[in-house]
Design a binder for this molecule. Sequence first.
Ligand SMILES: [Zn+2]
Ligand SMILES: [Zn+2]
Length: 302
Amino acid sequence: MSARPEASNAPCAECQGEGVRFVAREGRAVAVACVCTQACPKCGGAGRLYQQDARGYTQLAGCDCGADPRRLAILSGLRIPVKFMGAKTSTYQPKNSEQAKAQARAVRFIEEFMPNASGGRGILFLGQPGTGKTHLLLSILRELALQKGVRGRYEEFSLLLSDIKDGFSKGLSTREWLEPLRQVDVLAIDEVGKGTSRNVEFEQGVLDEIISVRYNAGRPTLLASNYPRAGSLWKFPEVGVPETLEHRVGPRIYSRLHELCDFVEVTGEDHRKQQHEERERAPQARRGLPPGSARTARLGGK
Ligand SMILES: [Zn+2]
Ligand SMILES: [Zn+2]
């Protein structure tokens, strides 16, 4: 019997064995090597080591402990919003079978993704706000970067539009703003269809350009939208005039998306709303009252 059984084999509590953590710096999520990598027996925390390749040549390569500065730069370059720094496929909590399928689809995309292979299909996640689409997009980018060194980039569509307008006003050409979006191995665009509706032509033009350059480069694009397909049982927006994704992006882009992406529904109740309701329900549960009876009890009804 040992006093410290396999203590060194237990994954680091700080990084769960990934060797990497995200920290918030000036509103951005920046990847840093976890302190546990300083004890790495292979690189001593430097993140780089000399390795012999198949032909016997010695080459400098990244260490798999997590401290590889190139890997850290790829992770920081994903542009993960600070709010989602901890998003992984394993921390997504499906609330129904559809969400479980969406989670499984995300995991499969990561497993099947072959760096440097051309022409993979993308995914379009469709569902109401608060169903975890952003979480899934970012988990895919994070895990591909971590496991396979894949360069990715996250963009929220409406913010991207204002960046582009900004760029134009500073004299940037279409080619210049498109190039970084074309270059990354996997691009994720969130909130597709969200725009001002005053400038639909411009918005659709931007989306069209992005999808085209990605397609021509043979690189997949991941997308998410709050707008449903025609015939879906849910609506967006819930207040006001509901619209479909096809309305928002136009029939031509919509049919293009069908060609290039698997449409995956991630519907269900808004988890933010649900968490709020669970908190509301908690005190009654402790008193052994069925949900919904609080109001009756307060009103003195039996
Ligand atoms: Zn660690
Ligand atoms: Zn190492």
